[in-house]
Write a protein that binds this ligand. Structure first.
Ligand code: BES
Ligand code: ZN
Length: 905
């Protein structure tokens, strides 16, 4: 998955960022409630657009005034592509103040008035407010003539208007083409993290939860959807209609959503009576059925699992033609990219099905994790995203066991380890203040590493206790906000909420001090342990050294591409220490042994003599293991003699760890390759695919270099080694999910290596498909391969491009895009990529196999030029580190690879 979830939009934010920081420095001396801008030093405050002093200088809103309820009316015009709107915000004043600060971005405020409760009671008209605007902080200030009094409620009414946004943020327009070739427009919102302020002035921070009553005016050819069910529709003069929606539960602004569209839907009812509907553009309605089945199943699952009812009467999921992220969990109105929700049995593969299931599992998990209980601030976004990602594993395993999601989860952890073992990584919990910094938090570390460490904690605490803890957390913080420590306390909490809670701790009986102490101890343990995983970047390496029955353990920071003998290695290790819940199994029994490694070194005693020890049972821990001395040899012997003595996930983790250790210069490549030899007998497809993945990666890296002997020999080895398996593959969609994945992987490799029977079959299918004018159903498992072989001729390439324009299936479009990008016609590729690809994908996709100094230099210059134009992307650093790592890998391992191949083929 891409590094950040958002499609890249080149925005120049450096200027904004600096000015924001400078402002904080200048006026940090003034604290929120004490500010009286008109009496203090005026120079310390920012200047509003009209030249007056803006009374607030911080990025975060003051807490003197908090919102309770928003009445929001919106009237979008899908012809003139703008909207007029008004709102009434009921606020509570906590500390007397002379101004109210709200977020607002690119909105034209026409009028703002204020009424006190008394004014409302006596129907007195509102008093006009002065509105100041400070765009650098996306804030407006409403100045009141008389001080607002503490503990009183007021109503603020604002009339405003704006254009429907051009991008994919705020309240924006999205278009789609019908089968008949007509272009239609819809209006849709996407607010997370900080874009609600582009649609209505609001207190746009997750902590300011409120209730929302929404009204949408529309034409009769459209429908309107929002978070809540519709209460009524009013007919207005001139034929316009106005939908009134029920008032929402208490929620954060980033979860508000509304859509005006002409979509069709399918509906069903969950066991609890909640009405679930899937909406899509009329021509795509036939692709909505799988999503409905999955949403119903998953909603039932979560209501049961969390033991908390989904609190709304309906849940809509909508496939939006232009959508920035994969999907968004707006409460009651989940919005998705079309490929994340629609399933077309003709063109969607098993991986596409898994993706749709995963997206729904993820967004529905957010209805509890994120929507019901929300992180206090964006620095802890991992609480939302890591948890939703972790819940995908739990829910899909139960609702769709045939998808065998477990192995995907493991691969996801391996993927994020690659990122986390580069020095450019960051801690899961990270400071984030500006909108740009906040957006950057939505990366693999919040999602995937977050999920992997939660899985490790579950394994440490036991599934039952973990589940009890999260239910406790969700119930305790419902409709409120929480931070890391609240989660850790709930997870260490053995007693129920009904037992009296005091001072943040839970006592099952005030007299039984021993259980209280045990609880306190455990609480501290979980908190301390998890702090080492969330506040510290990177992943630990556990080095195991066995002598007789004694196991010496040592921990260090694992660094991919930095060797122990490198001068910088020592400095990069300083102050890193994890509390690692290690597990291990031995040749003597099936028992899983457990220990917490809290110090740099530790020694364990084995109860009996064993011939091998394998750490990180089932690969549930987030750490890499290195076996010093004869450790690796013993495991290689075991794999060759009887690999089934180890569990499949343990075999996968051995392949993974061994090859990671090669990149870190800790294990020689020939030893790691020797370990993969047993794969000839491997029956677990995920393990086989893991080995294949690495061998293919080496091929891609050497292929780019002028080392034709190694490239040819590796190609020969791969074809010879995997030929029996390749030849066994049919060109039909059949078998289990993993049988089908194996087929896709092996045939992709075979065609890539120009294996004649593969090319022949793919060419034949491609010609038939062209002759049938794109009507022939090619098996979905091989669709990408067939398109890719087809894309190598000019006629094929042009035909694919035509079909890309015509296709109504996002899954098919993606496969065509992939095929076009594999084209050897470079000039076409360049033109095409620049026109249509997200830049992140181009950059990481095209450079991840670069492995020479010239290429590194070229990429560096390219990034410099992008930076000069104002874009500064996190991916730059990652790409540069990845290429340097590849260069280093080749320098160190090429001779070994050459020799190993000579003796192996
Ligand atoms: N909350 C996110 C959507 C989001 C992403 C908002 C980035 C703001 C910035 C949503 O729950 C999400 O995580 N979507 C994923 C898909 C999911 C299945 C992993 C995405 O968009 O990649
Ligand atoms: Zn999410």
């Amino acid at each position: 998955m891409a590094n950040s979830r958002r499609k890249l939009i080149f925005n120049i934010y450096i200027g904004f960022y600096c000015s924001a920081v400078i402002q904080i420095c200048i006026c940090s001396q003034f604290t929120s409630s004490s500010i009286d801008p008109f009496n203090k030093d005026r120079g310390a405050f920012p200047v509003a657009t009209n030249g007056e002093i803006f009374p607030w200088c911080e990025l975060r809103l003051p807490t003197m005034v908090i919102p309770l309820h928003y009445d929001l009316f919106v009237h979008p015009n899908l012809t003139s592509l703008d909207f007029v709107a008004s709102e009434k915000i009921e606020v509570l004043v906590r500390d007397a103040t002379q101004f109210i600060i709200l977020h607002s971005k690119d909105l034209e405020i026409m009028n703002a008035t204020l009424q006190s409760e008394e004014d409302l009671r006596y129907r007195k008209p509102g008093e006009k407010l002065t509105v100041l605007s400070y765009p650098a902080h996306e804030q407006i200030a409403l100045l009141v003539p008389e001080k607002l009094m503490a503990d009183l409620r007021y109503s603020v009414a604002i009339d405003f208007q704006a254009k429907l946004a051009d991008g994919f943020e705020g309240f924006y327009k999205s278009t789609y083409r019908t089968l008949g070739g007509e272009t239609r427009t819809i209006a849709v919102t996407d607010f997370e993290p900080t874009q609600a302020r582009m649609a209505f002035p609001c207190f746009d921070e997750p902590l300011f939860k409120a209730n929302f009553s929404i009204k949408i005016r529309r034409e009769s050819r459209h429908i309107a959807l929002s978070n809540m069910p519709k209460v009524k529709t009013i007919e207005l003069e001139g034929g316009l209609l106005e939908d009134h929606f029920e008032t929402t539960v208490k929620m954060s602004t980033y979860l508000v959503a509304y859509i005006v569209c002409d979509f069709n839907s399918v509906s069903g009812t969950a066991s609890s009576g909640v009405k679930v509907s899937i909406h899509a553009a009329p021509d795509k309605w036939s692709q909505t059925h799988y999503a409905l089945e999955a949403s119903l199943k998953l909603l039932d699952f979560y209501e049961n699992y969390f033991d908390i009812h989904y609190p709304l009467a309906k849940l809509d999921l909508v496939a939006i033609p232009d959508f920035e992220s994969g999907a968004m969990e707006n409460w009651g109105l989940v919005t998705c990219r079309e490929t994340s929700l629609l399933f077309d049995p003709k063109t969607s593969s098993t991986s596409d099905k898994l993706w749709v299931t995963k997206v729904i599992a993820h967004e529905l998990a957010h209805q509890w994790f994120g929507n019901l209980v929300t992180m206090e601030w964006w620095n802890d976004i991992w609480l939302n995203e890591g948890f939703a990602t972790y819940m995908e594993l739990i829910s899909v395993n139960v609702t769709y066991p045939e998808l065998q999601f477990d192995d995907d989860f493991l691969n996801m952890c391996f993927e994020v380890i690659k990122r986390d073992s580069l020095n450019s990584s960051r801690p899961i919990s990270n400071q984030a203040e500006t909108s740009t910094q906040i957006k950057e938090m939505f990366d693999a570390l919040s999602y995937e590493k977050g999920a992997c460490i939660l899985n490790m904690l579950k394994d440490f605490l036991s599934e039952e206790k973990f589940k009890k803890g999260i239910i406790h957390y969700l119930k305790k913080f419902s409709y409120r906000n929480a931070k890391n420590d609240d989660l850790w306390s709930s997870l260490s909490n053995d007693c129920l909420e009904s037992d009296s809670a005091s001072g943040g701790f839970c006592y099952s009986d005030s007299k039984t001090t021993s259980s209280t102490l045990a609880f306190l101890r455990e609480n501290v343990e979980v908190k301390q342990m998890m702090a080492t995983w969330t506040l510290q970047k990177g992943i630990p390496l556990v080095v195991v050294n066995r002598e007789g029955r004694s196991l010496r353990l040592q921990q260090e920071r694992f660094l991919n591409g930095v060797f122990k003998e490198d001068p910088g290695w020592g400095a990069l290790q300083e102050r890193y220490l994890w509390h690692i819940p290690v597990t291990y199994s031995t040749s003597s029994s099936n028992a899983i042994h457990r220990h917490i490694l809290k110090s740099k070194t530790d020694t364990l005693d084995l109860p009996e003599k064993t011939s091998w020890v394998k750490f990180n049972v089932d690969s549930n821990g987030y750490y890499i293991v290195h076996y010093e001395g004869h450790g690796w040899d013993q495991l290689i012997t075991l794999l060759n003699q009887n690999h089934t003595l180890l569990r499949p996930k343990d075999r996968i983790s051995l392949i993974h760890d061994a090859l990671q250790l090669v990149s870190a210069g800790r294990l020689t490549l020939d030893k790691a390759l020797d370990l993969t030899r047993y794969l000839q007998h491997e029956t677990s497809i995920p393990a086989l695919l893991k080995g294949l993945e690495y061998l293919e990666l080496f091929y891609h890296i050497v292929e780019r270099r002028n080392v034709s002997d190694v490239t040819e020999n590796l190609k020969h080895y791969l074809l010879q080694y995997f030929k029996p398996a390749i030849d066994m593959q049919s060109w039909h969609d059949e078998g289990s999910v993993w049988d089908r994945r194996l087929r896709s992987a092996l045939l992709k490799l075979a065609c890539y290596l120009n294996h004649a029977p593969c090319i022949q079959k793919a060419t034949e299918l491609f010609s038939q498909w062209m002759e049938s004018s794109g009507k022939l159903n090619i098996p979905t498992d091989v669709l990408k391969i067939v398109y890719s072989v087809g894309a190598q001729t000019t006629a094929g390439w042009n035909y694919l491009l035509e079909q890309y324009e015509l296709s109504l299936s996002g899954a098919e479009k993606n496969k065509i895009l992939y095929a076009l990008s594999t084209s050897k016609h470079q000039e076409k590729l360049m033109k095409f990529e620049l026109g249509s690809f997200p830049i992140r994908m181009i950059i990481s996709g095209t450079t991840s196999h670069f492995s020479s100094k010239d290429e590194l230099q070229e990429v560096k210059l390219f990034f410099e030029s992008l930076k000069a134009q104002g874009s500064h992307l996190e991916i730059f650093q990652i790409v540069l580190e990845t290429i340097s790592k590849n260069i280093k890998w080749l320098e160190k391992n090429l001779p070994t690879l050459r020799n190993w191949l000579l003796i192996s083929i």
